[in-house]
Design a protein around this ligand. Structure first.
Ligand code: PMP
Length: 449
């Protein structure tokens, strides 16, 4: 810890409320900040200021699959900072960023060959929505302005991503400021048909027909794009039913609607393939990514688009501003250098193959909770899983909060939203670490129940 952090009382300052924490019940933390301050991290563990190790059960916020303090990343960051720490993003660029675009395009499904960089998942989503609008307009179909998202979808917190998102509490406060013309498909989760499912549920593909209903309602000529997370992550790992994404693809193609996969969580290996598009063998028109591309070390996001979309923006009058969009930090060289180090490590250590080998370990471990008292549902795919607790009567979310707090006491940093706990452990986890993680959660749930 450096001097600056030593000279002040972090817990006291947190209690004062000077630092307003994102997506956090601030009053609860301020009342009891003990244990909430992380001083350092290495591998799959955080170390709190008060001396506890916490296993990182969600890889940060799904963003640190290689674990913390990865030597290759640290070295790449340092080297890049000494060589080119920033590069004007408009009109100019640099080899590190250009080469990263090429490497990412090579990982994407065939035909998605062009990468536009942003700095977060939210920015990536808003970029993709704007690309969709621009694409239709350039093709004289500017009447296509509607966006279709999905209930329980999370697409970040920009006005675009919030509008297409479907998590009710994230929308409620800002309901007056939603984008015009957004509609939502139902989500596909129905425990009555798919409780305790392993991998893709077999029930639910017919929910894709919601899209046909919205097309009939609004007319295809008004619809620009459909955006879905292939696996709904933030809302608790909702896995697409067999055939569902295929059906969305068919309907979009039939009606000239662009299909966007928001792969901010699923991109870069989480499902045992580079992208979920490959795991489910469904090719979208755009893929948004962020998080794991830089192992969370430096913010980066982006959108990968098809040749057809890219070429649409490349036609038209010379010197026209084809796409008036971009960020000061688009393709930041430090992020790009880290991106290379991440991809190098993934290749050298065969980490995506490792995810495939860990998937059954996590699956077997997590489903030992099936049917236990207090457990309403358990599901998994790739190196991710979720457990729904039975909510306490009259106190929804209270059991999730209790689980989170007990987790801290038992060496786990858990991600609990409402009464759901989601897991997305680092790819570098050992099978035993996964079993221990689930075993500890099982013990806590048994005591809560
Ligand atoms: N899309 C998805 C699918 C996400 O999971 C997230 C973040 N959890 C976002 C977008 C937003 O990303 P960010 O927080 O980097 O803006």
């Amino acid at each position: 810890m450096n001097d600056r952090t030593n000279t002040f009382d972090c817990e006291q300052t947190l209690a004062n409320g000077t630092y307003w924490m994102p997506f956090t019940a601030n009053r609860r933390v301020r009342a009891n900040p003990a244990g909430r301050i992380i001083a350092s991290a290495a591998g799959p563990y955080y170390h709190t200021q008060d001396g506890h190790a916490l296993f990182d059960t969600l890889s940060g916020l799904w963003c640190t699959p290689l674990g913390h303090a990865h030597p290759g990343i640290v070295e790449a960051l340092k080297r890049q900072a000494e060589t080119l720490d920033y590069c004007t993003a408009f009109q100019m660029t640099n080899p590190v960023t250009v080469r990263l675009a090429e490497r990412i395009a090579n990982l994407a499904p065939d035909g998605l060959n062009h990468v536009f960089f942003a700095n977060s998942g939210s920015e990536s989503v808003d970029t993709a929505l704007k690309i969709a609008l621009g694409y239709h307009r350039l093709r004289d179909a500017g009447g296509r302005f509607r966006m279709i998202g999905r209930e329980r979808g999370y697409h970040g917190v920009g006005f675009g991503g919030m509008s297409v998102g479907g998590i009710v509490p994230n929308r409620r406060m800002f309901a007056t400021a939603m984008l015009n013309g957004v509609d939502h498909l139902r989500h596909t989760h129905d425990p009555a048909h798919m409780a305790f499912s392993k991998g893709q549920p077999t029930w639910g593909m017919e929910r894709a027909e919601d899209l046909e209903r919205l097309v009939a309602l609004h007319d295809a000529s008004t619809i620009a794009a459909v955006i879905v997370e292939p696996v709904q992550g933030s809302t608790g790992v909702l896995v697409p039913p067999v055939g569902y994404l295929e059906r969305l693809r068919q309907i979009c193609t039939r009606h000239g609607i662009l299909l966007i996969f928001d792969e901010v969580i699923t991109g870069f290996g989480r499902l045992g393939e580079n992208f979920a598009a490959q795991r489910f063998n469904v090719k979208p028109d755009m893929i948004t990514f962020a998080k794991a591309v830089t192992n969370g070390v430096v913010p980066m996001g982006g959108v990968i688009v098809t040749d057809a979309i890219y070429e649409t923006f490349m036609t038209g009058p010379e010197n026209a501003i084809e796409f008036a969009h971009g960020y000061t930090y688009s393709g930041h060289p430090l992020a790009a250098a880290v991106g290379h180090a991440v991809l190098d490590a993934m290749e050298q250590d065969s980490l995506i193959a490792r995810v495939r080998s860990l998937e059954p370990v996590l699956e077997d471990a997590i489903h030992t909770l099936d049917g236990r008292p207090g457990v309403a549902d358990v599901r998994n795919i790739g190196l991710t899983a979720a457990i729904d607790l039975v909510p306490a009567p009259d106190a929804p979310g209270a059991r999730g909060t209790a689980l989170f707090e007990q987790g801290l006491k038992h060496g786990l940093l858990l991600r609990c939203t409402g009464d759901t706990v989601s897991f997305g452990p680092p790819f570098i986890s050992t099978p035993q670490q996964l079993r221990d993680m689930v075993g500890t959660v099982r013990q806590i749930i048994d005591t809560l129940a």
